[in-house]
Design a protein around this ligand. Sequence first.
Ligand code: RIB
Ligand code: NA
Length: 309
Amino acid sequence: ADVSVVVVGSCMTDLVSQAARLPKAGETIHGHKFFIGFGGKGANQCVQAARMGAKTAMVCKVGRDVFGNDYIQNFKNNGISTAYVEQTENAATGAASIIVNDTGENAIVIVAGANMLLGQEELQRAQSAIVNAKVLVCQLEINPDASLQALRMAKENHVKTIFNPAPAIADLHSDFYKATDVFCCNESEAELLTGLPVTSVEDASRVGLELLRRGCGSVIVTLGPQGCVVCESTNTAPKHIPTTAVTAADTTGAGDSFIGAVAFYMAQYPTMPLEEMARRANLVAAVSVQTVGTQTSFPLQKDLPTELF
Ligand code: RIB
Ligand code: NA
């Protein structure tokens, strides 16, 4: 059978330090734990969709180095097709330096490396997988031109598209909106894209409508512990979808868990209302924040309540 979810996006090796708080500029502080994990928004989203049961493929580029080799094995361990995972001699596998504080918040610097070398040729090689997928997912940790090209390729072939404008850029090309069915961002990304502050559900509804006006099919603004707001072009009123209260150990990748879950639902249950997909995806992401780590905290289908399927 064809792959149902294709992610064109990033892979990063996450170098994670846990500390009581985030350091200030020029400051050195002691942390209490260090670990290396598999991350990158694209790969994280693909892993969550795969763990929920979607047949997935990743289109990405890693270095011809230890981190790249390990990453390919990680995809295989998660049942993700590596047919379109390429290795390059010309750059190192992407890396993310992450600090997580005691309340589960983080600060991240990424060096995208090999991710930036994913381009037109690689997309051509993956074309049949992209145009035959049910859902394509893109972010902004690769060259934005490559993301836009992938979204257009999918959209022209009636493949549903999810776009996560992360990390956000203020001058996002207007065609991203037109090529996107579900535009999914968090508060800070929404602020950067619109110039409007987002500190409440009301703000999220306002920015959601503004982003919708730019031409996408629907918008989801995620709000961490407050769940998310869903705006659809077929429905005038934004809808707040609250989530369950949990104690956060590490929120890194929670948005990726959410998006991976939405991708799974769109592929598996194409007629399910987007609000219901968002409600369920909130619960999947809530599981992920309760454990330290990114992909290591993403639940499998067997770990989730059957009502979510
Ligand atoms: O969204 C979380 C991810 O952002 C991390 O895994 C890190 O790699 C950065 O890309
Ligand atoms: Na986590």
